[in-house]
Design a protein around this ligand. Sequence first.
Ligand code: KG4
Length: 331
Amino acid sequence: MKDILVLGIESSCDETSVAVVKNGREVLSNIIDTQIKIHEKFGGVVPEIASRNHIEAISRVTQLALEKANIELKDIDVIAPTYGPGLVGALLVGVSYGRGLAYALNKPLVGVNHLEGHISANYITHKDLEPPFLCMLTSGGNTQIVHVKDYCQMEVIGKTRDDAIGEAFDKVARVIGLSYPGGPKIDKLAQQGEATIIFPKTHFENLDFSFSGIKTAVINLVHKNPDINKADLCMSFEKAVTEVLIENITKAIEQTQIKKVVLAGGVSANTHIREEFKKLEKQLDLKVYEPDLKLCTDNAAMIGSAGYYRYINGNISENTLNAVPNLKIGE
Ligand code: KG4
């Protein structure tokens, strides 16, 4: 069968990224132009500034991705931009650019769901991984358990009722004076601390999550005790949120009898979470897959992989494709 080269385009938040991916699994290039430094001083992503920076970066990043892959635009078979979920103005940059390329080159356009992209990062890291499996998707905007039945067939079986876990990491970081994005900084600090504090956790009958109670308890504690040991606080916070993830994935495994578990999303880079899932792998005799650290946060290689599977399943988009800021998995 002829190789299929997908041009993945990612601009849903504060990373402008373009990648060339061969047959869904092999990354020929993955250029990521991050705006973190620009948004850091505002303590979070400013949507309008993100959009403007995507516009300035996208042609240059595409050119670099093609050069690194040692190919020309005419060699690309499929154009695959992220069309949601994310910031509408930011998404529109990648979608419009992708539409323009597809039209000019007369190539198929395949809109990709950013969350499916995070899951697909694992297909690049683990060449043997195939559905069905359960995915613990933990990112800045989402926390979900996804039953991945097939490459393009998935169902959300549990989700957060309030904050996403990454949002909780970033807010806790902010209250103790760590800059945006706070997750990696909490991760580092926690490694020097002990879990000395127990935070209250909310439990639900079903597979839903809540992180706002833990987050508020941390913030109140810091306000009452400004001199608190921050490393211990970070470790205690990480322990509490990880216990919530472990409790729910254990229930999901019991309910579905699926013993293959895949981590995905920015927060799946977290050291403590990875360690605890590896312990669970042994305890419950599971197979746990973790994405390469470089592919946990936003990047276009994962979008190129998801785009490939959408394409071979016949999911071609119209050239009127629009950004869908609140796109759900399975849509
Ligand atoms: O997946 P992602 O890049 O963006 C979304 O699609 O939402 O995730 C970004 C989130 C941020 O909240 C960031 O603080 C968090 O991932 N994050 C981490 C770590 N690395 C990134 N959280 C905890 N530990 C980490 N090592």
